[in-house]
Design a protein around this ligand. Structure first.
Ligand code: PEP
Ligand code: MG
Length: 886
């Protein structure tokens, strides 16, 4: 239903059918919006349908839109299939004009309210429908406030507001050449079109790109009778107000209703955080009946949706109206705790709990936190709006955040409050700090959605973005560039850079539950229990193995603690960095067989000891060792730098023989497209002895392990194979070395030999390769590069942002597997490989092995395992489990 009615429309319909008090209205479908956006005009039948629906609405309310006495007013709100908080437009109070405002004043007996509603309409209509900048309106309000000597707009007198209405109409006349439309039907259609158009604003596009929401869905439009949270008191003294509430705490998952209430306010006042709201209990003090009715409706909603719901409501002179509900967004910690708690309450089962958490959320829980024992200077406290620990330089504008972040500088975006215009800066910043608004303010909602650290409503901080100053309650003035630290889990703001400590969830994986539970509070303990239980369930459900890409002993140990069932990719070239680079350089420069042998002999013991370390760490688990892969020039000095050095030395007549030889080698090995040049299996075929040395070292290490009573399970993997002939030659050499070493050491051991599939040709001829390969590991980084013809090192910076903007792909194919192209090739290769060698083990070791969407795809095509970085292993385990359920 939400495809057509959008999330908001579908949930409103749901609330109506549950019998909850929803203001009457109708929803215009996303289909109408799609036609409007594609053709530039609304579908032919829309006007008639709006007229019919409006007539029904008028009938049910027993008044007509904008009638002179006691007018019907409507709100026009966006509502896409996927929630895009604050990204699109809303117009309220449609139906007010010079006549009906009088009628509203009379029926409500509240002139202030009526004129203020009219003032809001003209302002919103001007900005949203007529595209007039917000400033002229704001300036008039500021001037009115200073004329009357008041601090907030609520305090303005009715006369002042009437004057504002006159000024606002003048602004519209000046800016557009036309008067503010007095005809309610014209206002209505203008607002509907503006909501359609707001689907394509920059901020909405940025948001969709980030959240991977398709650009062609369009938004539905909800037209509903207005109810007023700023309508003043009823005859019996019951007040009005608006609020936002959650059936559980969305920040940490605590059980129990949670929310904000703002008397004498419309919903947008609560959400924008312009005024600081009261806790929900306040409504209980003011109007216990509305409060208990609200509690009953919330219980009903949670029972119905079987999940945390968030709600917007309004009380109009003592009458409660439910304006919106949806299954609420929540932080990562809340997601795990709520899912587990619902299992305990018997509401859902463990499978459902597993469906409701994501790898991305688990990854967030692995973030570090501030070290509470470290010295720190607290300069302010706000609401813990979105958890995490962020350290960075202060910036006061979205633009500055974007610019600094582009230079690789961590920044904290500091604003009084954020608006949707700040989105680009919020994306770029490491953390967000505001001085106004609570957990339901724009900043908080958006930050939580992004998993970005945020502290909101730090009221003791005075923020002047124009001057570029943040003043603490102690009077200390901080300017842009000053480093601060914000704790999104506690709401604390510190001066300077506070050291961070590892997360408890990392401790859970690394040291086990008992040690993670030591000395933690109830919420953290409950989180640890929840993660542990859901992870165990994911492991019991998953079909695929999860291995790690690791190249050192400590990495291998960590991978094992994180739950890896082996190493899927050991990149041996990483063993030749640092001081050892010289040894590879010697090998490359060797001019005689003796020199070549000498260089290899020097490398061998180092390799043997590295392999020993890793095999020991992974005792009993498979370790896939990839023979050296990258182009050799990566081990040599930079060509330009070396050429300059030699030229300078020549000039001085002091050129060293080694440098000259080195430069000659660098020139000889230099390639236009090294990623497509002499690397992988090609190196093994061209450079004698290198692969053999690696295999000898590995086999010797395995013998060492065996003799030490362990169970080593090495596998040899040959990279960048394109043809069976390449594989055949290298395989024969590898086998020969293994057999010779085992015979010499008198050890018996199976060492499977397999190949990477990372070239289209390998995928296409996988049936042939399987004859000689005991396993396949898909190198989806190179496969993506070669299938698309993208240079891995160049394209992301060069033009991917443009491609993403144009929607050529929704996400970089290096990040998430391109299922139609690269993925299809993987699927076919698996099929061919298995036809030739039934049961051949097939895994993935490209970066995609740790990406949730890709993991689901790999599961669907029957891969045996994914391999990813040690830190991603828990995420891959969770997502592999989820993949079997979704
Ligand atoms: C790959 O190409 O996917 C792969 C794992 O190898 P590398 O990234 O080292 O080229
Ligand atoms: Mg590769």
């Amino acid at each position: 239903m939400s495809d057509l009615l959008g999330g908001k429309g579908a949930n409103l319909a749901e609330m109506v059918s549950l019998g909850l008090p929803v203001p009457p209205g109708f929803t215009i479908t996303t289909g109408a919006c799609q036609v409007y956006l594609e053709s530039g005009s609304q579908p032919a039948e829309l006007q008639e349908q709006i007229d019919t629906a409006l007539a029904e609405l008028e009938k049910s309310m027993d008044k007509t839109l904008g009638q002179g006495e006691d007018p019907l007013l409507v709100s026009v709100r966006s509502g896409a299939k996927f929630s895009m908080p604050g990204m699109m437009e809303t117009v309220l109070n449609i139906g007010l004009n010079d006549t009906s405002v009088q009628g509203l004043a009379e029926t409500s007996g509240n002139e202030h309210f009526a004129w203020d509603s009219y003032r809001r309409l003209i302002q919103m209509y001007g900005k949203t429908v007529l595209d007039i900048a917000g400033e002229p309106f704001e300036e008039c309000i500021d001037a009115a406030k200073s004329r009357e000597g008041v601090g907030t707009d609520v305090e303005l007198s009715a006369t002042a507001i009437q004057e504002l209405v006159r000024e606002f109409k003048e602004i519209i006349k000046t800016e557009t050449g036309n008067p503010f439309p007095q005809k309610p039907s014209e206002q209505l259609i203008g607002a509907i079109h503006a909501v359609f158009d707001s689907w394509n604003t920059d901020r909405a596009r940025i948001y969709r790109r980030r959240e991977h929401i398709p650009h062609d869905l369009g938004t539905a439009v909800n037209v509903q009778a207005m109810v007023f949270g700023n309508a003043g008191d009823s005859d019996s003294g019951l007040g009005s107000g608006s609020g936002v509430a959650f059936t559980r705490d969305p920040a940490n998952g605590d059980q129990g209703v949670y929310g904000d209430y703002l008397p004498d306010a419309q919903g947008e006042d609560v959400v924008s955080g312009v005024r600081n709201a009261h806790p929900l209990d306040y409504l209980n003090e003011l109007d216990p009946n509305s409060y208990s009715e609200l509690m009953a409706h919330m219980k009903r909603l949670e029972d119905h949706y079987r999940d945390l719901c968030d709600i917007e409501f309004t009380v109009e002179r003592g009458k409660l109206w439910m304006l919106q509900t949806r299954v609420g967004k929540r932080t990562a910690a809340a997601a795990f705790r709520i899912a587990n708690s619902l299992v305990n309450e018997g509401v859902i089962n463990l499978d459902e709990a597993l469906r409701r958490v994501t790898g991305a959320q688990l990854a967030q829980l692995l973030f570090p936190r501030f070290d509470l024992d470290a010295e720190s200077t607290l300069i302010g406290e706000g609401t813990n709006a979105s958890p995490g620990a962020a350290v960075g330089e202060i910036v006061f504008s979205s633009q500055a955040a974007v610019e600094k972040a582009a230079l690789g500088i961590d920044v904290i975006l500091v604003r009084r409050e954020t608006t949707p215009e700040d989105l680009a800066g919020m994306v770029a910043a490491t953390g967000i700090l505001t001085s106004r608004g609570g957990k339901t303010s724009h900043a908080a909602v958006v930050a939580r959605g992004m998993g970005k650290t945020a502290v909101c409503g730090a009221e003791s901080l005075r923020i002047d973005t124009k001057k570029g100053e943040l003043t603490t309650s102690q009077g200390q003035v901080l300017t842009a560039g000053t480093i601060i630290s914000i704790d999104g889990s506690t709401g604390d703001v510190f001066l300077g850079s506070v050291p961070v400590t590892a997360s408890r969830i990392v401790k859970l994986f690394e040291q086990g539950k008992d040690s993670a539970l030591v000395g933690v509070d109830f919420a953290t303990a409950d989180l640890i229990e929840s993660v542990d239980r859901i992870m165990a369930h994911a492991d019991s459900r998953r079909r695929m193995g999860v291995r790690a890409n690791a190249d050192t002993g400590p990495d291998a140990e960590r991978a094992r603690r994180m739950g890896a069932s082996g190493i899927g990719l050991l990149r041996t070239e990483h063993m030749f960095l640092g001081e050892r680079r010289q040894l590879i350089e010697d090998l490359i420069l060797a001019e005689s067989t003796d020199q070549n042998k000498g260089a290899l002999a020097a490398l061998m013991p180092l390799q043997r000891s590295d392999f020993n370390e890793i095999l020991q760490a992974m005792n009993g688990l498979p370790v896939t060792v990839r023979l050296i892969d990258p182009p050799l020039h990566e081990f040599l000095p930079d060509r330009v730098e070396l050429a300059v050095k030699v030229a300078v030395e020549n000039e001085r007549g002091s050129a060293s023989d080694t440098d000259v030889k080195l430069l000659a080698a660098v020139n000889r090995l230099s390639e236009q497209n090294p990623m497509l040049g002499l690397r992988g299996v090609r190196l093994g075929l061209v450079l004698p002895g290198l692969f053999a040395m690696q295999v000898e070292a590995l086999t010797l290490a395995a013998c060492d392990q065996k003799r030490a009573g362990r169970n080593p399970k090495p596998e040899v993997m040959i990279p960048l194979v394109g043809s069976i002939a390449e594989l055949s030659i290298i395989r024969a050499e590898v086998s020969r070395v293994i057999d010779t070493v085992l015979a010499h050491e008198n050890v018996s051991l199976e060492i499977p030999i397999g190949t990477m599939i990372e070239l289209p040709r390998a995928a296409i001829t996988a049936g042939d390769l399987a004859e000689l390969a005991e396993f396949f590991s898909f190198g989806t980084n190179d496969l993506t590069q070669t299938v698309w013809g993208f240079s891995r090192d160049d394209v992301e910076a060069a033009f991917f942002s443009r491609y993403l903007e144009l929607g050529i792909f929704p996400v970089s194919p290096f990040e998430s597997i391109d299922t139609e192209g690269v993925g299809e090739l993987v699927r076919e290769a698996v099929e061919r490989g298995r036809a030739a060698r039934p049961g051949i083990s097939c895994g993935v070791c490209g970066e995609h092995g740790g990406d949730p969407a890709s993991i689901h795809f790999f599961n669907s095509i029957g891969l045996d395992y994914v391999s990813c970085s040690p830190f991603r292993v828990p995420v891959a385990r969770l997502e592999s489990g989820r993949a079997t359920l979704l």
